[in-house]
Design a protein around this ligand. Structure first.
Ligand code: GUN
Ligand code: ZN
Length: 433
């Protein structure tokens, strides 16, 4: 049982403007009372202290800012060594670097080693929950989930299903993809804080037979997340249309196999037509924006504000997309998201950004009752941020005099160095790295 003191910030909904103070709770002298991995109480320090048992251990993080842990809604754990691969576009990048690298995950020891590094980077960067793709090999999912249990982190992940248009070493079959996904669900779903996601990689690497297998899994396990990629790159879209001529567009491929819905996370969604946006909205599917990846691979500018503003709004989330993405940091990610909106003539204010990284992503994952806020009863996954973490940040911090400015400084200049501590289920995990 511990009392954590600091400046606390937690969002309850998307802010509609910079002045929308009702969208969040902020305490200049706040505290969290945590016990047994959960937040028991939260609020002003004096009020929380009065509720807590006398003599409770106190950790004082003042003057730093305490936030819910960051959530990353799309990344690839077997691509840690793919980051920074020099390619012209998505398909060249996949074929030249990414698929060969993922072949290495047939080796269990390699998968276990990379899984350890992966969780270290999550903790270092203040990300307490992520939705991850493993490789096609079941053993990569085993390595990932075993490490998640060891770290007691709430993770979503899936064995990738892919049965064509990739090297032999990365192909399963419709039956194998189905059987192994079922086995991963049986072994790992609900174990520790694990959630298994049904993960057909994308339409290009799944035959119609495999898409039917994915559909069968969704029917059997309707509560599980589904994750895949959609409309990232023009050549990818054209190739998909040639592979699924009966579908009226890329989104329709997934719709035809019953893969859309409120638990479905679709990476990228950059080039969707109005019809596709309507389908996304009607099914409650989530468009996952991966800004560092979209810029790095030259994929395009995600119309974040346009999707939110529509008469039929599309649910959105934000993510790093490691290793197409170039940083594990959600702060770096939102800095790039901001710049993409600038290029589109849109504004993304710092409250919106910090909402998206925390409560917004939790809602997109349908996990807002467990993570993404500092609400009592939820998981004690939270982080401590220092806006003066580097000399250049400290200099700028001298002239910061509002919460909005502080958040914007953290987003614009911050990275893992701004994360003072990462608490996972109430335990400080970063200091021990
Ligand atoms: N589309 C299919 N697979 C991938 C992947 O690994 N990364 C990205 N960025 N897009 C994909
Ligand atoms: Zn991806």
């Amino acid at each position: 049982m511990t009392l954590i003191r600091g400046r606390t910030l937690s969002f309850n909904r998307m802010p509609v403007s910079m002045d929308d103070h009702g969208a969040y709770s902020y305490e200049a002298d706040g505290a969290l009372w945590i016990d047994d991995g959960l937040i028991v109480a939260t609020g002003r320090y004096q009020a929380v202290k009065a509720q807590a048992p006398e003599g409770i251990e106190e950790i004082d993080h003042r003057p730093h800012l305490i936030l819910p842990g960051f959530i990353d809604t799309h990344l690839h754990f077997p691509q840690m060594q793919v980051i920074g691969s020099y390619a012209a576009n998505l398909l060249e990048w996949l074929n030249t670097y990414t698929f060969p690298e993922e072949c290495r995950f047939v080796e269990t020891e390699h998968a276990q080693r990379i899984a350890r590094h992966f969780f270290d980077e999550m903790v270092r960067h203040g990300t307490t929950t992520a939705a991850a793709y493993c490789s096609v090999h079941k053993s990569s999912a085993d390595a990932f989930f075993a490490e998640a249990v060891r770290r007691n982190m709430r993770m979503i992940a899936g064995k990738v299903m892919m049965d064509r248009n990739a090297p032999q070493g990365l192909l399963d079959t419709p039956q194998m993809g189905y059987d192994e996904t079922r086995a991963v669900i049986a072994e790992w779903h609900g174990k520790g804080r694990n959630h298994v996601a049904i993960t057909p990689r994308f339409a290009i690497t799944s035959t119609p037979g495999q898409m039917s297998a994915a559909q069968a899994l969704v029917r059997e396990f309707p509560d599980l997340h589904v994750q895949t990629h959609l409309s990232e790159n023009r050549d990818e879209i054209d190739f998909t249309s040639s592979l699924y001529p009966e579908a009226c567009d890329y989104t329709d491929v997934y719709a035809r196999y019953g893969l859309l819905g409120p638990k479905t996370l679709l990476g990228h969604c950059i080039h969707l037509s109005e019809r596709e946006r309507d389908v996304m909205s009607e099914t409650g599917s989530v468009a996952v924006h991966c800004p560092t990846s979209n810029l790095f691979l030259g994929s395009g500018l995600f119309p974040l504000k346009t999707l939110l503003r529509r008469e039929k709004p599309v649910r959105v989330a934000v993510a790093t997309d490691i290793g197409g993405g170039s940083s594990y940091s959600m702060l770096r990610t939102m800095d790039e998201a901001y710049k993409i909106q600038q290029l589109l003539g849109e504004r993304l204010n710092p409250f919106e950004s910090f909402y998206l990284m925390t409560a917004g992503n939790a809602q997109a994952l349908s996990l807002a009752d467990r993570i993404g806020t500092l609400e009592p009863g939820t998981d004690a996954d939270f982080i401590v941020l220092n806006m003066a973490a580097t000399p250049t940040m400290a200099l700028k911090a001298e002239v910061v005099n509002s919460l909005a400015d502080e958040l914007f400084l953290l987003q614009t200049m911050g990275d893992d160095r701004a994360i003072v501590e990462t608490y996972v289920a109430g335990m400080a995990m970063k200091a021990g790295l």
